[in-house]
Design a protein around this ligand. Structure first.
Ligand code: DAT
Ligand code: MG
Length: 148
C-alpha cells in the first residue's frame, strides 16, 4: 500500500471542480485518508515547490498557489502514487490524454488544477509538509471489494 499527496489547486477550486475531481479518486477505489482546505502561505508553498525554485516560472507558480483555497488530500491504495498520476494526466492540459483530469478539464500548463506526488520520497515529504498532524488510519469496509 502507498499513500500519495494530491492537491486541488486554486484554479480547480475557483472553477467549482472540487466534487468532479474528488469523485475520480473515490470511484477508482482509492481510500481517502486525509482531506482539508486552506489558503497556503508563502512558506508552505515555497517548500512544496522548492525543487522548481530556479525555474523561470517559480514566482508565478507561488503567487498562483497562494492566491486562494486549495484542497489537500491523502489517498491510499496499491501503487497509489502512480495510479493518481495516471488519473491526473500529463502537466500541460492541452496535451493530456482525454479521460484524465487535466485532459478533460484543462487547457494550460500552469493552471492545471491538481498536484500529485511523483514518487515515494516526494509523497512522504509532501504528506509530512501538508499533514503534519498525520493522516487518518481507518478501515474502509468497501476496500475488501476493491482488491481480489
Ligand atoms: P506536475 O504538476 O505534472 O508534476 P511539475 O512538477 O513539472 O509538473 O511542475 C509543477 C507545476 O509547475 C506544474 O503543475 C505547473 C507548473 N509548471 C511546470 N512547468 C511549467 C512551465 N514550463 N511553465 C509554467 N508553469 C510550469
Ligand atoms: Mg510535480
Amino acid at each position: 500500500m502507498q499513500t500519495t499527496y494530491v492537491m486541488i489547486k486554486p484554479d480547480g477550486v475557483q472553477r467549482g471542480l472540487v466534487g468532479e475531481i474528488v469523485n475520480r479518486f473515490e470511484r477508482k477505489g482509492l481510500q481517502l485518508v486525509g482531506m482539508k482546505s486552506m489558503i497556503p502561505d508563502q512558506t508552505i508553498a515555497r517548500t512544496h515547490y522548492a525543487v522548481h525554485a530556479e525555474r523561470p516560472f517559480f514566482e508565478g507558480l507561488i503567487s498562483f498557489v497562494t492566491s486562494g483555497p486549495v484542497v489537500c488530500m491523502a489517498w491510499r491504495g496499491v501503487d497509489a502514487i502512480a495510479v493518481a498520476r495516471r488519473l491526473i494526466g500529463s502537466t500541460n492540459g492541452r496535451e493530456a490524454d482525454p479521460g484524465t483530469i487535466r485532459g478533460d478539464y484543462g487547457m494550460d500548463m500552469g493552471y492545471n488544477m491538481i498536484h500529485g506526488s511523483d514518487g515515494e520520497d516526494t509523497a512522504a515529504a509532501e504528506l509530512a509538509l501538508w499533514f503534519p498532524e498525520g493522516v487518518m488510519e481507518w478501515t474502509q469496509d468497501g476496500q475488501r471489494w476493491v482488491y481480489e
